[in-house]
Design a binder for this molecule. Structure first.
Ligand SMILES: Cc1cc2nc3c(=O)[nH]c(=O)nc-3n(C[C@H](O)[C@H](O)[C@H](O)COP(=O)(O)OP(=O)(O)OC[C@H]3O[C@@H](n4cnc5c(N)ncnc54)[C@H](O)[C@@H]3O)c2cc1C
Length: 392
C-alpha cells in the first residue's frame, strides 16, 4: 500500500474489464492516468465480444494476445423452446450475410481481464494502485480519492468503472433507477460430443434464454437464465445430474454434454444511472448501466463507453483544455446517451417478451421473428445494429 500523493489528469476507479480498458485507452491517448483497482474478483463467465469491441481491442493493441484464446462466433441461432403457448420460427443470423467472417468472439472473462491488466502494467503514463477507493471527493476544480491503504490521489476527472454499486456514482450524487427480474443466470462450461460449428445458440424458454456460446473445440459456455429457485436447485445438483438437466435442452444441438468448469449464479437485475456524467465525473460500464445477459450487449456497451470517454478526454488534453470541465463531460454524455438508453430498453423488452404469458404479446413476438426470418434487409439491419450502433 502506498501513502504517497499521486497527481493525474484522470483517475479511473475499478479494475473490471470496462475500467481496465478505459484506463488503457486514456493513457494511450496521452492522458496521465491513475487506475485504482483491487485484484478482480473470481469470474467464470465468458463474454461474447461483438465486432465493434474487437475493433476497439485491436486499436488498443491487445487483440493479438486475446485471439489465441477467443472463439469465433460466425452465426447466432434463436430457437423458441417448444413448451411455449405460441412459438416463433427458428431464426439463424449468419455473419456472412453482412459480408463479415464473424459477429465477434467469445472469450473467458479471466483471460480478457488478464490481457488488459498486462497491457495496463506495460503502458507508460498509466499507474495502477492496487487498492480500493475508500473516499471520493468531487470539488469544483478537481477530484481527490483516498485509498483504503491511506494513499491520496488528485485528478481533474474521475471515471467511475466500479460496477453496480459504484462509490463514484454515489459520491457524485448521481441517482439510479433499478429494477428486478425474477431470474438468475447459472453459468458454467461444457464439453460436448458434436461440434458447435462456431454457432452461438439462444434457446428462448418461458423463464429466460438458455445460451450456448462457442468456446473452443467441442467446448461451449452456458448461460442458463431461469427462475432464481430453479437456478439454485440446478447449482446444487452433482455434475452428472446437472449435465443431464442441461442436456435436455443442449443435446439436440451439441450431442452428449459433460461439465468442464465450475458453476456460478448471478441474480439478474437492471440499472440505469440518471446521468452518465457531470463536471469532473464520468461513469462507464456497469456503474452506468446493467442489463440482463441476452443478446450479449452489456460489456460491449461498456467498451463503447470506455472508448468514448478516452476519445473526448484525450482530445481535451491535446487542446490544452481541462479534462474534467463541464464541456468535456457533457460531450461524453451526448455521445453515449442514445446508445445506452436504446440498448437498455431493447434488451429489457426482449427479456420481458420471453417471460410474458399473454397470448397477444406472444403472437406479436412470433410475428416479429417471422418477419426477421423472411425479410433479409430487416435481418441485415438487425445484425449490423446488434454488433454496434451504426454498424462498424
Ligand atoms: C451471466 C452473465 C453473462 C454475461 N455475458 C455477457 C456477454 O456475453 N457479452 C457482454 O457484452 N456482456 C455480458 N455480460 C455483462 C458483463 O458481464 C458486464 O457488463 C461486465 O462484467 C461489467 O464490467 P464492468 O467492468 O463495468 O464492471 P465489473 O466487472 O463489476 O467491475 C467493477 C470493478 O470495480 C471494482 N470496485 C468496486 N468498488 C470499488 C472501489 N471502491 N474502488 C476500486 N474498485 C472498486 C470491483 O472490484 C470490480 O473489479 C454478462 C453478464 C452476466 C451476469
Amino acid at each position: 500500500m502506498t501513502r504517497k500523493t499521486h497527481e493525474a489528469d484522470a483517475i479511473v476507479v475499478g479494475g473490471g474489464p470496462a475500467g481496465l480498458l478505459a484506463a488503457l485507452l486514456l493513457a494511450q491517448g496521452g492522458v496521465a492516468t491513475v487506475l485504482v483497482a483491487p485484484p478482480a474478483p473470481e469470474d467464470h463467465r465468458t463474454t461474447g465480444l461483438l465486432a465493434g469491441s474487437v475493433a476497439i481491442l485491436e486499436r488498443a493493441g491487445t487483440w493479438p494476445d486475446l485471439l489465441p484464446v477467443a472463439a469465433p462466433m460466425r452465426a447466432i441461432r434463436l430457437i423458441d423452446d417448444g413448451g411455449r403457448r405460441i412459438t416463433g420460427p427458428e431464426v439463424v443470423f449468419r455473419a456472412a450475410e453482412i459480408g463479415r467472417e464473424t459477429f465477434g468472439h467469445n472469450i473467458a472473462n479471466r483471460d480478457l481481464v488478464a490481457a488488459l491488466a498486462a497491457a495496463v502494467a506495460e503502458t507508460p503514463g498509466l499507474r495502477r494502485v492496487t487498492d480500493t477507493a475508500a473516499e471520493i471527493r468531487i470539488g469544483v476544480g478537481g477530484v481527490t480519492v483516498r485509498t483504503g491503504g491511506g494513499g491520496t490521489l488528485r485528478g481533474r476527472l474521475v471515471v467511475g468503472a466500479d460496477g453496480r454499486n459504484s462509490a463514484v456514482r454515489t459520491a457524485a450524487g448521481i441517482g439510479v433507477r433499478r429494477w428486478g427480474y425474477d431470474q438468475a443466470a447459472l453459468v458454467t462450461t461444457l464439453r460436448h460430443a458434436r461440434g458447435h460449428d462456431d454457432i452461438s445458440t439462444e434457446i428462448h424458454t418461458a423463464a429466460g434464454p438458455f445460451t450456448l456460446v462457442p468456446l473452443g473445440d467441442r467446448r461451449s459456455s452456458l448461460v442458463w437464465v431461469t427462475r432464481p429457485a430453479e437456478a439454485q436447485a440446478l447449482a446444487a445438483l452433482d455434475d452428472d445430474a446437472l449435465a443431464r438437466a442441461i442436456g435436455r435442452l443442449a443435446e439436440p444441438i451439441l450431442g452428449a454434454v459433460t461439465l468442464d468448469g465450475p458453476r456460478q449464479i448471478f441474480p439478474l437485475s437492471g440499472l440505469a444511472a440518471r446521468r452518465l456524467a457531470m463536471p469532473r465525473v464520468a461513469l462507464v460500464g456497469e456503474a452506468a448501466h446493467a442489463l440482463p445477459p441476452i443478446g450479449a450487449q452489456g460489456l460491449n456497451l461498456g467498451f463503447r463507453d470506455a472508448a468514448a470517454i478516452a476519445g473526448v478526454v484525450a482530445a481535451a488534453v491535446r487542446a490544452g483544455a481541462d479534462p474534467g470541465a463541464a464541456a468535456v463531460t457533457a460531450r461524453y454524455e451526448a455521445k453515449r446517451r442514445g446508445d445506452v438508453a436504446s440498448r437498455t430498453a431493447g434488451v429489457d423488452l426482449l427479456n420481458r417478451s420471453l417471460l410474458t404469458d399473454s397470448a397477444p404479446a406472444l403472437a406479436l413476438r412470433a410475428l416479429a421473428l417471422q418477419a426477421v426470418k423472411r425479410v433479409p434487409p430487416l435481418r441485415r439491419l438487425l445484425m449490423r445494429e446488434g454488433i454496434a450502433p451504426g454498424g462498424i
